[in-house]
Write a protein that binds this ligand. Structure first.
Ligand code: ZN
Length: 215
């Protein structure tokens, strides 16, 4: 993350991340800095050029504004507020979303239920997902996905972030996923007749091939 133009703040009362375009101008934005918690001012100017709009601290400070913290929080919120996400090789429909809920010895960023099982999401903005957590998911065979946001720009809009989090797959990595087996069992459960017909077909083909080979 390079630029120091602050596009995000936290709404004082709710603690929700606010993008500069969506905040009331000036002090009435009622916003605080995601990093130091001090009051912020929305500077929207007269120009229609929203690229120049930004937040600044109401008093002089060396604080860098914690934009990573705001984007991390917003990314978690995006998963929580929706019910479908693209992951490598699959589209996941989910429900029962929870943020930062302890699971055994770890606190996943977001936990959801998909196909009757927990799926854990870890979002990297600055801090990489620690090795202990990754090993925990792998050893326990817990379905888990890492979302890499380390290369996104600090001024990414909430709309763009939503697309990046929910639609893109090249920024995601399956930490643990029992893909083939779970897909196969799910398909058989949902389409028992088709699965039976395919099964019989495959059996007949193999039997035929076997007879030809062993003639
Ligand atoms: Zn600050």
């Amino acid at each position: 993350m390079k630029t120091l133009i602050l596009k995000y703040a936290f709404e004082y009362l709710t603690g929700e991340p606010v993008y500069i375009d969506n905040a009331p101008n000036g002090l009435s934005c009622n916003c605080i800095c995601p990093e130091c918690g001090k009051q912020m001012i929305a500077i929207q100017g007269k120009s229609e050029n929203h690229r120049e709009w930004h937040f600044r601290h109401s008093e002089e400070t060396n604080c860098k504004g914690g934009q990573e913290t705001a984007i991390h929080k917003l990314a978690k919120q995006i998963i929580v507020d929706n019910s479908q996400i693209e992951i490598p090789g699959d589209t996941l429909n989910y429900s029962e979303t929870r943020q930062e809920e302890k699971f055994q010895s770890v606190i996943p960023d977001v936990t959801v239920i998909a196909n009757g099982r927990n799926v854990f999401f870890e979002i990297e903005v600055t801090n990489p997902v620690d090795n202990f957590k990754e090993a925990f998911y792998k050893n326990g065979k817990y379905k888990s996905v890492k979302i890499d946001l380390t290369n996104i720009s600090q001024d990414t809009t909430p709309e763009k972030l939503k697309e990046i989090v929910l639609q893109q797959t090249n920024n995601k990595k399956l930490i643990f996923w029992d893909t083939t087996w779970s897909k196969l069992t799910l398909f058989c459960k949902e389409n028992p007749k088709t699965a039976l017909i395919i099964g019989i077909g495959v059996y007949l083909i193999i039997r035929r091939v076997w007879k030809i080979i062993t003639k």
